[in-house]
Design a protein around this ligand. Sequence first.
Ligand code: ADP
Ligand code: MG
Length: 696
Amino acid sequence: MIQRPEKLFFLFKSVNSLNGVGPRIGNLLKKFLGDRLIDILFHLPVNIIDRTYSSNISLAEPGKIITLELTVGSHIIPKNKRLPYRVNCFDQSGKIDLVFFKSNQKYLKQILPCNKKCIVSGKIETYNGNKQITHPDRIGSIDQLNEIKTIEPVYPLSAGLTQKILNKLVKQITKNIPDLNEWHREEIIIKNSWTSWKESLQISHNPKNYLELKNNFFTRERLAFDELFANQIALSIYRKKIKESVSQGIIGDKSFIKKVIDNTGFKLTNSQFSAINEIISDLSSSSPMIRLLQGDVGSGKTIVSLISMLYVIYAGYQTAIMVPTSLLANQHFKNFLKLTHNLKINISLLTRLTNEKEKKKIHNNLKNGTIDLLVGTHSVFQKNITFKNLAFIVIDEQHRFGVKQRMALSNKSINLNTLFMTATPIPRTLSLTNYGNMEVSKITEKPINKAKIKTFAIPLSKLQSIYERVKYNIDIDLKAFWICPLIDESETLDISNVKKRYEELSKLLPKKNIGLIHGKVPQDDRDKTMKEFLDGDINLLVGTTVIEVGIDIPDANLIIIEHAERFGLAQLHQLRGRVGRGTKDSNCILLYDQPLTQNAHQRIDAMRKTEDGFEIAEKDLILRGPGEILGTRQSGLPDFKIVNLEDHMHLIELANKETNIVDKSDPLLKSIRGEHIRNLLHIFEKEDAIRYILSG
Ligand code: ADP
Ligand code: MG
């Protein structure tokens, strides 16, 4: 373990060290935010309550939050338990009641002693023509006026926590934030008029007006920049570590390429050719490759990866491809066998479903070098498998698997080249946050003989006509997907929606022709259903977005996306990419519920107007509305604590530039400033990055 600098100890202290945190609050906080002070410090307010307005009772407007200076008259004990306890109060201008339900009378007598002046803050109501405040937010003595008459931050809460508690805790923490040396260049701080890290946190927790709550307010902007910078620096360290590892240039013979292409039965596009050339030339150089292959759904990345792997195999090394699901692994495996049937290549498939005996055999053959190409799922690669001479690994369709995760594979081989393949064409700015500055190859053309996809937007009210269309499709033996939205895998409500749709469609079509797939269906059953769909035993697959990733069913030609308005643009595009993969012209029907928000309208419109994934990705970025889009978690971007990509996009490039400067001048963070940057890495818990520079 890397020791944290002493100056940072405070930030990582347990929340239990705070006054007012017992086991109950401690547990609530732990579940909600985390159990260290920094977790609370990074939880920023979303609103404010203004208690600065005070006046006299007669001018106090109902509905407003007001701070009043009152004299306590009498305490009225209720005649029966259902009635509230009242405290009559007054000032020169009039009378007001403080109202308490289920109250502790002794306590109230103590904090509101008769004939004494007090300060009360809360929302004014009227009841039977009289003014009252029910459960005042604040009650204090006259000398607490300044303490009460403030603007209070409002935090997102979880059940059991209150603003009062959180406010109290935050105050204790912000008072004691350590003074840390600035890790950014002075020029950047001045240019952006930023304050120090400590001050930025303090101001962010103590907003004075609504403007200060905005993500683009300078204090929050600075905190977000810190996070992006830490992320970029860490990525750059991982990358450097990979690049510096020993690697021989892989020099192979390319004569096999023609044979493979002949096996495909199609001609590669120019884009595919140039991607292959870029990859091969990178593989031949003496520093390990880490390259991103971006290409829209259906652009033909698989064959590019296969040819690249074969190049490495013919040079005498082993290769592997990692995919997110067993199903996809299966598909690649079969496809590769077919495309290499006349090449004397040894390919194996390793997934969760592989039986123990077979697994053992594969493990042995990887170790002794018999296997040339391994197709497997991510989970398999995390386990302890060893290769004789793995030199190239392809990571398919998984944005979550970034440079950081790739580092963990370093123990598999010292001579490892990596190709990430992504189908969501994330714009460069965003890809920086997951892959850092890495080489990119792009497939920009689609195969020419590709099917056309027509996209229609139809209101849900016309469901019946869609049913008929589906029935027609199935009757003539075509294949269709029916997608229902899913907010969260655990939400039973969504599952019930899918099931309901499945039941309804079952009445329409013979049940054996329909399959159902969602998160609660066990993986084995899912795989079985998918296979039946692929083989044509099932013609209609009803499911949630679990079917989204990568799967290639060339003869599927209709996809219906229900509640299309709830999906993000990139996700809609991914889903649409499930059809039109073969030569059959295909249709995509976006079923939407009215009324559409303007943003949803624009998304659906964009889907109808273009099939170009890169265009869609850019548009998605512009349109992405907070909270409105499902599945943003699947977008594959890192989970940020403070950064909000919508508002902080402009900072990504800057973080990248600043990272490059550090990279050139002080790559191992050895200078004094380098030490300060290490503090930042500790704050964002990039300890593994620090470990790499210490070992390098
Ligand atoms: P993706 O980039 O989405 O992974 P795939 O590699 O699965 O795309 O290719 C999609 C489909 O297009 C596959 O059925 C594949 O065989 C086919 N394909 C790939 N390249 C070409 C090409 N140049 N011409 C025609 N079909 C192609
Ligand atoms: Mg693919």
